[in-house]
Design a protein around this ligand. Sequence first.
Ligand code: IYR
Length: 224
Amino acid sequence: MSQTFPKPNLTPLSFQRIETEHQIRRAEEFYNNLNRRRTVRDFSDEEIPLEIIEKAILTAGTAPSGANMQPWRFIVVKDKKTKRRIREAAEREEYESYHGRMSEKWLRRLATLGTDEHKPFLEIAPFLIVVFRINSITEDGETEPTYYSQESVGIAVGMLLAALHNAGLATLTHTPSPMKFLQEILKRPKTEIPFVLIPVGYPATDAKVPDIRRKSLSEIMQIV
Ligand code: IYR
């Protein structure tokens, strides 16, 4: 049986060439900006403009993806009751994780970060963005997997965090485990797998963060 595939549908690239000096300055400024991002666990309940969330999700949606399938869904949770249900379910799972499911080695690592099963930020932060990974699609009754969806959604989430930080907001990448309850509470189909839960808002005025250091360039980069 001979297959007929669609022809490539190509259009001229719109590429902005930047002067070298300006390139170097922008690279430096972008690094300095992102180097100020910290994972925040102490949130204020102060409202934030929905427009920023929308723009940041649009930014995330520009991420490259396997076969351009854009296998992501961003559920923005603002409703207080829904946030409470998410907190209660997450804390139930996290209690089990901190009391038996996580290894001693793992718990030792987390001890210096000061995390535990209590997740008040899930109710306090004005928005929770729950990111789902779409693992298959059905078209004309035919089901097909998405390709490289873990990588694609991971890249999109990185861009989302950068966009939110750039807009002056604090975020936390929270992965209560298992996360199946998010599928149920947010009524997502089985093909949408919870990927990460991101509280977004301003930090509390007295917010504290772990005193960590980032690896140096020579530790993370090698030229061959
Ligand atoms: N999901 C748990 C545990 C946890 C795991 C890792 I890996 C972290 O970097 C931080 C926490 C929690 O959110 O507390």
